[in-house]
Design a protein around this ligand. Structure first.
Ligand SMILES: Cc1ncc(COP(=O)(O)O)c(C=O)c1O
Length: 409
């Protein structure tokens, strides 16, 4: 089996490698997937309770996306997006901006993952200030315990100290807010942008923001000439019950950062959307261009997967079915909350955080594997964020596995 090669040569993210490589640790090696299900090398079957780290939307190996990927791989696998274009990137960009009113978000910059989607927005915001006579706007505002990715710029806006404190003095100058109540003490004249995960903070143990807060932040940032960067890397593509979280508070940002679910959770691709006004500050000659990008920018296979995934939202009428699933999740969470081990339940759409008594988070997700559920904990919060394609019966399966792993029933 492949485990000994993994332990000899691989290095996993966010993982204490000594425990991973310890002789007694028998890691699960996922070999196959279909729908909401994953199979390991031994043929054991698990429900994918966190959508493979919040990426999967329509279930794994969805035939329409697989076919689109295969067709694209056989037609144009990759070509540079520097000085060249390709048809599917154009189609995808047009489709993404079509979710917003005309003359709002109208330009799409492609990259590879959530961190680079945010990184691009930060650099665009800064550079646009320099090129529009507002060079003193050099600072960013971000929220305590927020998470925007691991590249240095995105990490400097990250408020999760256990990940970022070592690198705190590198990157962008950032002031952290605990809530919008702190805005009153800010000098807005030196701020270029404020960044937030709309409606719910993910890595901060799935904590929803108060209703109306996003709208207030939009109003404040508009009134003070500050760009609003929405990091919808987790919340995008239906997770919160609407295509994008910002639509629930009628907010249109200056930058919208998308990744994870953009390709339905199949291959890496990210997009940073921005307004014509900001794009306009990058015109006027070579020296104003945005000198940022990656070798695989707008990879055609990724674009094909994304276009196919967006089409499935229409053919499956995803949003018509989502409300019932969200209600079913709410009822299942409420039932689970009767267990003494559950301290608090937090939900936003098809995203849930189940906060357990101290010390139970990791134990519970490990125990759940033997009942056929794979998910992850963040500290003592167990994440339940299944693919949108999950059925009510599959939700019941996941909660039965969770209940058993809490010693309940
Ligand atoms: C809100 C948010 N932003 C950015 C990122 C970074 O995305 P990636 O891991 O694709 O770089 C994440 C990842 O979990 C996220 O949740």
């Amino acid at each position: 089996m492949s485990v000994h090669l993994d332990k000899a040569h691989c290095w996993h993210p966010f993982t204490p490698q000594d425990a991973w490589c310890a002789p007694g640790h028998d890691p699960i090696m996922i070999a196959r997937a279909e729908g909401v299900w994953l199979w390991d090398e031994q043929g054991n079957k698990y429900l994918d309770g966190n959508s493979s780290i919040w990426t999967n939307i329509h279930g794994h190996c969805r035939p329409e996306i697989v076919e689109a990927i295969a067709k694209q791989a056989a037609t144009l696998d990759h070509s540079s997006y520097l000085g060249l274009g390709h048809p599917l990137a154009s189609v995808l960009a047009e489709k993404l901006v079509s979710f917003f009113p005309e003359n709002t978000l109208e330009r799409v910059f492609f990259s590879d993952n959530g961190s680079t989607a945010v990184e691009a927005a930060l650099k665009m915001s800064m550079q646009s200030r320099i090129q529009s006579g507002q060079g003193k706007r050099t600072r960013f505002l971000a929220f305590d315990n927020g998470y925007h990715g691991d590249t240095l710029g995105a990490a400097s806006l990250g408020g999760v100290n256990r990940f970022f404190s070592r690198f705190r003095n590198l990157g962008f100058e950032t002031e952290f807010l605990s809530s919008i109540g702190d805005l009153g003490s800010i000098d807005p004249s030196t701020v270029t942008a404020v960044v937030i995960e709309p409606l719910i903070q993910g890595v901060n143990e799935m904590r929803p923001w108060p209703a109306g807060m996003l709208r207030e932040l939009r109003d404040w940032s508009s009134a003070n000439g500050i760009h609003l960067i929405l990091d919808e890397v987790m919340t995008g593509f239906g997770r919160t019950g609407t295509m994008f979280a910002c639509q629930q508070e009628d907010v249109i940002p200056d930058f919208l950062c998308l990744a994870k679910g953009l390709t339905g959770g199949t291959v890496p691709l990210a997009a940073t959307l921005t307004t014509g006004e900001i794009y306009g500050t990058f015109l006027g000659g070579r020296e104003n261009a945005f000198y940022y990008g990656h070798s695989y920018t707008a990879n055609p296979i990724g674009c094909a997967a994304a276009v196919a995934s967006l089409r499935i939202f229409e053919t499956d009428n995803v949003f018509a079915h989502l409300t019932g699933k969200i209600d079913h999740l709410r009822k299942s969470l409420s039932k689970l909350s009767q267990n003494d081990a559950v301290k608090e339940i937090r939900q936003c759409g098809l995203i849930a955080g189940i906060e357990l008594a101290e010390g139970l988070g990791e134990k519970t997700v490990i125990a759940a594997r033997q009942y056929g559920l794979i998910t992850r904990n963040i500290l003592d919060t167990v994440v339940m964020m299944p693919p949108l394609s999950i059925t009510e019966d599959e939700i019941d399966f996941a909660f039965s596995a969770l209940s058993k792993s809490l010693g309940y029933q």
